[in-house]
Design a binder for this molecule. Structure first.
Ligand SMILES: Cc1cc2nc3c(=O)[nH]c(=O)nc-3n(C[C@H](O)[C@H](O)[C@H](O)COP(=O)(O)OP(=O)(O)OC[C@H]3O[C@@H](n4cnc5c(N)ncnc54)[C@H](O)[C@@H]3O)c2cc1C
Length: 508
């Protein structure tokens, strides 16, 4: 049975990445359908404390630029959900590498020249449930249709479109994007290679009652046999270096099993009196070797998986969505310059590869062997230094996330600083409509004329900013990335060349 008119895009999966991508596409006036396997979005693993997610600078900026940041509430009341005692001041933990904390007072943010006083936060706490609730509300307000209890089961693509099957129901789309998570069906049936490394451990997230809680240490405990973390009484995370065997076995997670593993790792005879819920995960690190096959695309965990150490997966996926949304929409509306959609892979794949390596490096020094212990101890010493902590913070918070856009300008490929104009407007707040922006600090008629040639694809914004970082004009893509910038009298040929790579002119 076929349903209605074809959608521009069908998205498989209403996780945070599928929802955010849907918002980006709908903002750009695409007709979007999301098929979600689960009947209900509710899960205890999406709520605090297990559902906690650290958001990094690029994700925070993305939400801010679309007017969604102010809807996040959890971070206002919760600074560090992993700490038993919330330390304030310079000794406050603001992140970690392999469980080794770096402290607020050791991070030298003055090194990050492009971060202005008006910039958004570098890191924030949210939760899966909060994120999905906000994005669902926005997607529905923008006209996205979300069908829950509709797992994608198979699909078939032709030159013109994609037919998607959910059981005996069939849906037509012009494009299909797999945002269906680590076990993506779209990736599996879409002919994608998923290359990478096998796991070292099984991770457990559990909610238990413990008869003798005094036998366990508070917070994160690296032991000779693995790691256990008690974020709040009864909420226990365990890392058991079993090469991911238990997770792969898909055996039921029983109270007896969790107790056995916890006793071994903690080297105690602790007793679990009740198991309320439990799930497992691993540090398997794999990435699709391509993100597109014809009319099929991948984003988020469907495109890359790795351990949650250092909390990067959601950020990586939101970055995919921000990068892909405007490019796919321009392609659908026939407003895309040649090759625009291909830059989704060339820009996002290297960022994903870096994150996979970041998580592998952490696993390596957490292993319960003497070599790893030795490295771990050196890393602890290094972390006390300002340079190491600043480097770690910059990596974890994505401060220097950058696409290689060639030799255009040193700032090209970076997220645009949140310039604040003398009248109080901030550039990030002018991006809610998802258009590109030609930012002119010197109010030149020639730049306005150039922007006009692109219609609603490039918006002309002029005015003096409080801090301009020596720039005279900046071309900003819809995802907030600097496509071109000038320190002096703008060279018209150079800006025209850059603009033509990212935007199609109204009349060429
Ligand atoms: C313990 C833990 C802690 C983490 N902490 C952090 C953190 O601090 N920061 C961070 O950035 N990341 C963190 N992550 C990673 C982050 O949660 C994921 O990277 C993120 O959820 C990926 O989002 P997604 O939308 O791609 O996939 P998912 O969130 O997995 O969503 C996929 C959706 O697709 C649906 N689906 C599956 N199959 C189908 C199908 N066949 N048809 C239709 N729908 C389907 C699923 O039901 C689901 O709703 C953590 C992960 C874990 C396990």
């Amino acid at each position: 049975m076929k349903q209605g008119q074809p959608h521009d895009v069908i998205i498989s999966g209403a996780g945070p990445v599928g929802l955010f991508l849907a918002c980006e596409l709908a903002l750009a006036k695409c007709k979007v359908l999301i098929l979600e396997k689960a009947e209900s979005p509710w899960s205890p693993f999406k709520q605090l404390p297990f559902g906690v997610r650290g958001l990094s600078a690029p994700s925070i900026e993305a939400l801010y630029r679309r007017g969604l940041l102010e809807e996040l509430e959890i971070h206002k009341r919760l600074k560090n959900p992993h700490a038993n005692t919330v330390q304030q001041g310079p000794r406050r933990q603001v992140g970690h590498f392999a469980g080794i904390p770096f402290l607020e007072g050791n991070v030298d943010t003055s090194q990050w020249k492009h971060r202005l006083d008006s910039s958004t936060e570098t890191n924030l706490i949210s939760a899966m449930e909060e994120m999905e609730t906000i994005l669902t509300r926005r997607a529905e307000a923008l006209g996205v249709e979300i069908k829950r209890g509709f797992p994608l089961t198979s699909f078939n693509q032709t030159d013109d479109g994609v037919t998607v099957q959910s059981g005996d129901r069939s849906f037509q789309g012009r494009w299909l994007v797999g945002c269906d998570g680590a076990r993506s069906v779209v990736r599996k049936f879409g002919g994608f290679e998923f290359a990478g490394t096998e796991p070292e451990f099984t991770g457990y997230s559990t909610k238990v009652d413990i008869a003798d809680p005094e036998k366990l240490g508070p917070g994160r405990n690296l032991t000779e046999r693995g790691m256990y973390l008690q974020s709040q009484p009864g909420f226990i995370v365990i890392q058991d270096f079993d090469s991911g065997e238990f997770h792969s076995s898909e055996k039921p997670i029983t109270l007896e099993h969790v107790q056995k593993v916890l006793r071994r790792i903690s080297n105690t005879d602790v007793t679990i009196s009740a198991l309320h819920f439990a799930t497992t995960w691993t540090d398997r690190a794999r990435q699709a070797t391509n993100y597109r096959n014809g009319r099929i695309l991948l984003a988020g965990d469907a495109a890359h998986i790795h351990s949650p150490l250092g909390g990067q997966g959601l950020n990586l996926g939101l970055g995919d969505a921000m990068n892909l949304g405007w490019k796919l929409a321009a392609t659908i509306h026939k407003k895309a310059p040649e090759g625009l959609l291909d830059t989704y892979y060339t820009e996002r794949h290297p960022i994903g590869a870096q994150v996979l390596d970041w998580s592998r490096a952490q696993v390596m020094i957490m292993k319960p062997d003497p070599q790893a212990r030795a490295l771990n101890s050196i890393m602890r010493d290094l972390m006390e230094t300002r340079d190491t902590s600043t480097y770690m913070a910059a990596r974890v918070w994505g401060i220097f996330t950058h696409y290689d856009l060639g030799d255009v300008h040193p700032l090209a490929g970076y997220s645009v600083p949140n310039f604040e104009f003398e009248d109080g407007r901030r550039i990030g707040e002018l991006m809610k409509d998802g258009q590109g922006i030609l930012l002119d600090f010197d109010t030149k008629t020639s730049l306005k004329t150039l922007a006009d040639e692109y219609g609603d694809r490039i918006k002309y914004v002029s005015g003096r900013a409080k801090e301009q970082l020596g720039l005279s004009a900046v071309l900003i893509r819809p995802d907030g990335i600097i496509a071109w910038a000038s320190d002096s009298e703008p060279n018209e040929q150079s800006i025209r060349q850059s603009a033509s790579l990212w935007f199609a002119q109204l009349i060429s």
